[in-house]
Design a protein around this ligand. Structure first.
Ligand code: DX5
Ligand code: ZN
Length: 225
């Protein structure tokens, strides 16, 4: 992994041409592919499950960053892992057993990710920070691409960065929602090391050039970690 990584979110890609879309972001320098699974219960939208992840796995060697916006995530993580998920991120708000599930994810060879919604404070993770490989700060309410960035997320990223530096420095810090040319530097300066970008890449007039522009901006402010 780089000091700072860009993860295009396929939620905003054209699935009728998904192989081309993946090749495009891979060639333009994506570090991870961010795959949003939604169940219509945890969030008011539906996307895909493990079958689609397994099919996509054949198209690229990029690591898969699977973001599960589903209730009872413990019921499905084995299937996502078998489908080829490298990082599996569930939501703090979606299970009463976050500690158990983080440990389980590591036991099946996945990187253990946990996400927090805009209303959930970083402090809720104080007692499990050592068990986390990827901490996801949501900068929109999950469910849809193309929503405006919630500025408060920058404060939460800085709080999460402090907690990570103190207790688990190898933990990745991801931000997801509303990231684009207008704010990517500020997210990196606040401490993010994985930047999810959906509509800012796939809905751009020139997606590969936009991704390269995001990369240049990230590199200009990234600090070695
Ligand atoms: C939203 C998803 C995001 C989404 C972000 O719930 O978790 O990954 O794709 O889209 P943008 O970057 O357009 O805000
Ligand atoms: Zn996501």
């Amino acid at each position: 992994m780089r000091a700072v990584n860009i993860a295009p979110s396929l939620l905003s890609a054209d699935f009728a041409a998904i192989a081309d879309q993946i090749r495009m972001v891979e060639n333009a320098g994506a570090d991870l592919l961010h795959l949003d699974s939604m169940d219509g219960r945890f969030v008011p939208n539906l996307t895909w499950g493990p079958k689609i992840v397994a099919d996509l796995r054949k198209l690229t060697t990029l690591p898969f960053d699977c973001h599960l916006m589903i209730v009872e995530p413990e019921r499905y993580v084995d299937e996502f892992r078998k489908a080829g998920a490298d990082y599996i991120t569930f939501h703090y708000e979606a299970t009463p057993h976050a500690h158990r599930l983080l440990q389980y994810l590591r036991s099946i060879g996945a990187k253990a990710g946990i996400g927090i919604n805009p209303a959930t404070p970083v402090g809720m993770l104080v007692d499990i920070i050592e068990d986390i490989d990827l901490l996801l700060v949501m900068s929109v309410n999950p469910g849809f691409g193309g929503q405006p960035f919630i500025e408060r997320a920058l404060v939460k990223l800085a709080e999460a960065r402090a907690l990570i530096d103190q207790r688990n420095p190898s933990c990745l810090l991801e931000v997801d929602g509303g990231i684009g040319l207008a704010n990517i530097e500020r997210a990196v300066e606040a401490g993010a090391t994985v930047l999810v970008a959906g509509s800012s890449v796939f809905a751009a007039a020139d997606p590969p050039e936009t991704l390269r522009d995001l990369r240049r901006r990230v590199e200009a402010v990234a600090r070695p970690r």
